[in-house]
Design a protein around this ligand. Sequence first.
Ligand SMILES: NC(=O)c1ccc[n+]([C@@H]2O[C@H](COP(=O)([O-])OP(=O)(O)OC[C@H]3O[C@@H](n4cnc5c(N)ncnc54)[C@H](OP(=O)(O)O)[C@@H]3O)[C@@H](O)[C@H]2O)c1
Length: 254
Amino acid sequence: MPWLPLLLFALYALALSAALSVKGLRSAPGSVTDASRSPEPQHALNVLVIGATGGTGRQLVMQALERGHHVTALVRNPAALGIQHERLHVMRGNVLDVTGLDEAVRGQDAVLSALGHKRFFGPTRILSDGTRNLLRAMETYGVRRLVCETALGIGDSAGRMGLYYTFFVILVILPFYFWDKTRQERLIAASHVHWIIVRPAALSNGPRRGRYRQGRRIGSFLWTARISRGDVADFMLNQLTDDTYLRAAPGLAW
Ligand SMILES: NC(=O)c1ccc[n+]([C@@H]2O[C@H](COP(=O)([O-])OP(=O)(O)OC[C@H]3O[C@@H](n4cnc5c(N)ncnc54)[C@H](OP(=O)(O)O)[C@@H]3O)[C@@H](O)[C@H]2O)c1
């Protein structure tokens, strides 16, 4: 029966896609699709960046400094950040270590999270456990706003990473990772902070265009939509003072 493996794979594909859709967060109905707008002028804020040594995190740090914010970067390896600035405070820490996280969160106006990792091939709770610790610290110290990067492909955006991601990357390489992202999103949605979950399409290190599509029904069920980490950071920083997507999970793509 040469078709049996194919049939089993198709069943697995259907089951995982359905699970990511049903278990993932259903984004609040208020979110809309529209062209990117000029950001509201922002006053200087104290912002904590989680995942600052990563692709998006580094963009968040640089663009937050450009906008005049005071930035704390929580990093596991300070030498890996390679950015120096008078308004940048680099703290060694780990989201899985509650003590260091408390110290980083205290006194902030907002937290930007671009947490990610490469432990793809096994059950993992790094994203959800780290985010649980972060939310607990934010609620303890009264830090109200969280802007957190997850991904298209979860909840009401299931399938919107396109066929290649839906039937290969997510199914074969990232099932555990995406499952943990559904837990991460649900923890955030159940919290008392003012949250915005940002779900980008496939990330590139291409240039920041400053124009992208945002909101619901972003991405494609067929092809792979893309966006640069620079534009994701731009959108995430806009969310510090914009309530349009408060308690919603807008998608983001060029
Ligand atoms: N790649 C894509 O196409 C794509 C598409 C959509 C969404 N996303 C999501 O977007 C997010 C950002 O992706 P990215 O590629 O820009 O980031 P990335 O390069 O994977 O960086 C992840 C960051 O998280 C940090 N981190 C990991 N574990 C940590 C821990 N225990 N404590 C503190 N920090 C920790 C890493 O620190 P170290 O430098 O110390 O490892 C790194 O700074 C991820 O959640 C990713 O899944 C990715």
